[in-house]
Design a protein around this ligand. Structure first.
Ligand code: HEM
Length: 400
């Protein structure tokens, strides 16, 4: 039986291996040798590392593993993450019943039916971005800057009622919040600027209501302006960085797997299934999901004591051989729906219907409109986001 006194295997995050699409080898090795093990964190503290699909599902489904970052022993992935926890909390870092109360105010906004109604608008945005990329006979672009980032940014701005012309500002704030090495004071400043911005915006909705989520939250009258600002920050950051990185990384993974790319071009109806397999294979939340035990708990024979932190590596869970045989390969014909890329349990991603729709439209549009797509630089020159809490690429220079 494992105990908390064990020597940590390595410091999280471990060095990336040679395959930029795979979790670093140290995590895959841990899954094979010691699926529930001890690791150390940036601040010298130690925590539990979970790597198997079944164990992670069990922990994420168990409310006795808390998401509350103010709970003693909560494992922080960076100084910035600890700093964020000191500010106004959002419901991703709360437990039920408070978490459920706040989440319920938004569930209607992200229901499949409601999101599906956005399809024509999202398709129009995707087409316009490709029109711009290819205007005047252009044959090169950075897919991140010109398509993958603006698409979900424009959509979340539209949904929230945030002016897209402010995107340089909120994207820069997001970058600071999500950079693993950002010093705590920079994170505090970026967070304060973003929240101030959203509070001011929310105030304007009181006098000039519109059809966005911020306005609807004001109309409900259940939250004060600060609480609405915090919710807006969560949605704004979660709503564009994640989908943007999944889009760019998916296109790159397809270009590196030409047989799969070819399959998708010949079977565009397979795009929804392909998106699930890409979510599984790429699992961009590579730094893991964090929880803390609120009482002594048993996970597959290991005792996790009250106040001990847990990091759930959904990236290795999504390649667990017992759940996804041959999971190290990208196979767009696989039924990948049991993946944990959106988490599991009460905190499972609220925006997943929107993320799925955006990814389906993005992939379909890029493949259809740019049939000659290829990398514009050698693969080795692509800058991967090993420095960020959400994985992906900083740039993706493409030609067609
Ligand atoms: C490919 C895109 C996305 C991925 C991979 C992703 C992943 C995740 C994961 C893993 C969680 C669970 C966190 C945890 O359990 O601690 C989560 C939660 C969340 N996501 Fe996403 N997400 C994506 C897109 C979006 C979008 C587009 C939105 C909003 C518009 C969004 C909003 C949220 C919110 C609000 C939560 C907190 C839910 C709660 O605590 O109840 N996400 N996401």
């Amino acid at each position: 039986m494992a105990t908390a006194a064990q020597t940590p295997r390595f410091t999280h995050p471990a060095d990336r291996g040679t395959c930029p699409f795979a979790p670093p080898p140290a995590y895959e090795q841990a899954q094979r040798e010691e699926p529930i093990s001890r690791i150390s964190l940036w601040d010298g503290s130690t925590t539990w590392l979970l790597t198997r699909h079944q164990d992670i599902k069990a922990v994420l489904a168990d409310p006795r593993f808390s998401s509350d970052a103010t709970h003693p022993g909560f494992p922080f992935l960076s100084a910035g993450a600890r700093q964020l926890a000191a500010g106004q909390p959002t419901f991703i870092r709360m437990d039920d019943p408070e978490h459920a109360r706040l989440r319920r105010m938004l569930t209607g906004e992200f229901m499949i039916k409601k999101v599906e109604a956005l399809r024509p608008e999202i398709q129009r945005i995707a087409d316009e971005l490709i029109d711009k990329m290819t205007a005047d006979g252009r044959t090169h672009a950075d897919l991140v800057r010109d398509f993958a980032l603006p698409l979900p940014s424009l959509v979340i701005c539209l949904l929230l009622g945030v002016p897209y012309q402010d995107h340089d500002f909120f994207q820069e704030c997001s970058r600071v919040l999500l950079r693993r090495e950002s010093p705590a004071d920079e994170v505090a400043a970026a967070q304060a600027r973003l929240v101030d911005y959203l509070i001011r915006l929310t105030e304007t909705k009181r006098t000039h209501p519109d059809d966005g989520i911020l306005s609807r939250l004001v109309e409900r009258g259940e939250l004060n302006t600060e609480e609405i600002g915090a919710m807006g920050r969560l949605l704004l950051v979660a709503g564009h960085e994640t989908t943007a990185n999944m889009t760019a990384l998916s296109v790159l993974a397809l270009l590196r797997n030409p047989d799969q790319l070819d399959h998708l071009r010949r079977h565009p109806e397979a795009v929804p299934g392909a998106v699930e397999e890409l979510l599984r294979y790429l699992t961009i939340i590579q730094s893991g999901l964090t929880r803390v035990a609120t009482e002594d708990l048993d996970v597959a024979g290991t005792t996790i004591r009250a106040g001990e932190g847990v990091i759930c590596m959904v990236s290795t869970a999504n390649r667990d051989e017992s759940e996804f045989p041959g999971g190290d390969a990208l196979d767009l014909t696989r039924d990948a729906r049991r993946h944990l890329a959106f988490g599991f349990g009460v905190h499972q991603c609220l925006g997943q219907p929107l993320a799925r729709l955006e990814l389906q439209i993005a992939l379909d549009t890029v493949l259809r409109r740019l049939p000659e797509l290829r990398l514009a630089v050698p693969f080795e020159e692509i800058p991967f986001r090993g420095d960020m809490l959400i994985y992906g690429v900083h740039e993706l220079p493409l030609a067609w």
